[in-house]
Design a protein around this ligand. Structure first.
Ligand SMILES: [Fe+2]
Length: 335
């Protein structure tokens, strides 16, 4: 039985060597500056979270992911466990409270409660007319040419863990995460087949949750055994924002030293439309939208990722469409 069941994620915290460079990258990526001083930078999207990425000045490193507890009682519960600290008050925008922990790989895990949402925002998108389902009548679809991509929220992260199964179990026990998909490099029924990773989601009961909130990957397979961030991921308002995001980063990549890691494509596991970009320090940030949502009854699937998941193609396929996965995806350059 998990100690608590986290109900959402709030923001991620990274360490970067130069705050000005990261601020400029995140502005091109679609964020807005909330607060900045010599040691710390807070950036927001266009959704209701007061900030979605916190950056601390220092050597590049993944510091933490923050989860939202369902009540102050749950925050107290988690703060009384060995892995987590006493509750502190947050001084960042939106206020609230935090208990800070460390997972098996040394990654930080924050559990927060009481951060106030922003009120003056609109999640409205221009409706689609697809497959003759007419949601948009007498209205044109227009985006201001060259405008910034719109980010709805911080959504998930990928972590290269020394032992993905042990790490997943830790998050299950502490925060209630459920396994959506277990990925095997071969036949899942053969005990000798190596486990490549686990997609895990929040347990929100009957309420649907994102297919994954943490994607645990194998550090021995990807980052020479070093536990590093694989990527941090932000949900866009819609598909147009993924494409306008690519256009913005593409237009600035030479001058500012950005690198498109993988995209645009459509994932199998989670089904999102995705696009991954590295900042000038090599830390991968993802734009994605239109992902699968599962409640807590959806069973865990065990998949052989060496074959096409739909069973229609002849070859291994990393995505439903789009370029093949890069051979640097999730390497130790993410820090
Ligand atoms: Fe992702």
């Amino acid at each position: 039985m998990p100690i608590i069941k986290a109900q959402d994620v709030q923001y991620c915290t990274l360490q970067c060597p130069d705050l000005d460079i990261q601020e400029q990258f995140l502005i091109h990526f679609g964020m807005h500056t909330v607060e900045k001083n010599e040691d710390m930078l807070l950036m927001k999207g266009d959704g209701n979270q007061p900030f979605i990425e916190k950056i601390i000045k220092g050597d590049k490193k993944f510091i933490s992911i923050s989860f939202v507890a369902s009540s102050m009682d749950d925050l107290k519960k988690i703060s009384q466990t060995e892995a987590f600290s006493d509750i502190e008050e947050l001084s960042t925008p939106g206020g609230g409270f935090v208990s800070k922990g460390t997972d098996l790989d040394g990654f930080g895990v924050e559990v927060v409660f009481g951060i106030e949402e922003l009120k003056n925002y609109s999640a409205e998108t221009i409706p689609t007319n697809e497959g003759r389902v007419i949601n948009r009548k007498n209205q044109m679809k227009r985006f201001l040419k060259g405008s910034s991509p719109r980010i709805l929220r911080f959504a998930h992260c990928g972590l290269n863990a020394i032992d993905p199964l042990k790490s997943f179990n830790w998050y299950h026990e502490h925060l209630g995460l459920l396994a959506s998909d277990k990925l095997f490099l071969g036949d899942p029924k053969d005990p000798a087949t190596p486990l490549q990773g686990i997609f895990s989601r929040l347990d929100k009961g009957a309420e649907p949750a994102d297919h994954h909130t943490i994607f645990f990957l194998s550090a021995p397979m990807l980052s020479e055994g070093k536990p590093v961030m694989n990527h941090v991921s932000f949900e866009m308002f819609n598909i147009d924002d993924v494409f306008t995001g690519r256009e913005m980063l593409e237009a600035n990549k030479e001058e500012f030293n950005y690198f498109q890691e993988w995209g645009i494509g459509r994932h199998y596991q989670g089904s999102q439309l995705f696009d991954y970009w590295r900042n000038p320090f090599g830390q991968t940030h993802e734009h994605q939208t239109d992902g699968d949502m599962f409640d807590n009854t959806f069973p865990t699937r065990e998949l052989n990722v060496m074959v096409d998941e739909a069973g229609l193609g002849k070859e291994m396929a990393e995505s439903q469409w789009g370029p093949s996965i890069s051979n640097t995806f999730g390497n130790k350059e993410n820090g």
